[in-house]
Design a protein around this ligand. Structure first.
Ligand code: HEM
Length: 261
């Protein structure tokens, strides 16, 4: 059954086509009710088809590997930003819709990460036989990617309502793997060989976006620590963690060699 919340906002007045209504976890357009999860799922299916159909089908498989990685990263970014965004800015509109669509973004991230890993390993690296031509440094970067994929699989599987209901207290613990996966993906992304055109511009935009996301998470953790440990000086977690994170990210984005094989 589609979940509904008390506050119903008509987006027609806020620039959305008239007759389209968002209510909590569903979107109603001309009498047809759709969950945001279904829209995100359909978007994922369309995007993956578009990547495949626009591929030049060359070997090594650059096109699919890179586009699937980028889309997986974007979905994961949205999945990880929704909650801290709403706890930091509680007045933002469509809170319950956004929070309700978080699992769909996480599952889509897993789907694209799976496609990326498949084309990356078989079409780019050359499978197990191809591994011997790459350095140990590159192989360890792939291991971080593989580990991240395993954790994303656990996080996606535990989003299934049946498992969620039956896992009880373990659910929250298992679901936190998504944060560890995020860190491993960062390590994989900055250590793996990257053959992207416009790499510098992409690195600058990604760096700034990640700073924003990590800043939100640090602020959230700061509020949690302040509520738990009253003796802590105000904003101490943010004052210490944010500069450290900015410097580490800056080093890994702009000083590490992204072409080390
Ligand atoms: C077995 C698992 C994995 C394998 C074999 C793998 C393989 C690769 C390869 C070969 C590249 C280099 C592509 C290039 O030269 O441009 C790459 C890059 C990248 N991978 Fe993975 N990967 C794996 C898991 C993941 C996962 C789970 C993510 C999550 C989103 C991810 C995100 C990225 C990103 C962001 C890049 C850099 C951008 C790019 O070059 O496309 N990878 N990966």
């Amino acid at each position: 059954m589609v979940k509904r919340v008390a506050i119903i906002r008509t987006l027609g007045t806020a620039g959305t086509p008239a007759g389209m209504v968002w209510s909590g976890a569903s979107c109603t357009m001309a009498g047809v009710t759709t969950r945001p999860g279904a829209i995100i799922g359909a978007l994922g299916a369309l995007l993956s088809a578009a990547v495949y159909l626009t591929s030049p089908h060359t070997v090594p498989v650059f096109h699919e590997t890179q586009w699937y990685a980028g889309i997986a990263f974007a979905f994961l970014y949205v999945a990880l930003s929704i909650r801290p965004l709403y706890t930091t800015f509680p007045r933002l509109p469509y809170a319950s819709t956004a929070l309700g669509s978080q699992p769909a973004f996480g599952i889509s991230a897993f789907y694209f990460a799976l496609l990326h890993s498949y084309s990356g390993f078989w079409g780019f690296v050359g499978g197990f036989g191809g591994l011997r031509y790459w350095s140990g440094y590159f192989a360890s970067s792939l291991c971080f990617g593989l580990l991240a994929l395993c954790l994303l699989t656990i996080a996606a599987a535990t989003s299934i309502p049946y498992l969620k209901r039956h896992m009880g207290a373990y659910w929250k613990f298992a679901h936190r793997f998504i944060y560890v996966a995020g860190v491993l993906i960062l390590i994989h992304g900055v250590t793996v060989t990257i053959h992207l055109a416009h790499l510098r511009a992409i690195l600058i935009v990604t760096y700034l976006s990640l700073l924003f996301l990590l800043g939100l998470h640090i602020l959230r953790f700061d509020r949690y620590a302040a509520a738990r440990y009253h003796a802590l000086p105000r904003r101490i977690v943010t004052v210490i963690c944010f500069p450290v994170v900015s410097v580490v990210l800056f080093w890994s984005f702009f000083f590490l060699d992204h072409h080390a094989h």
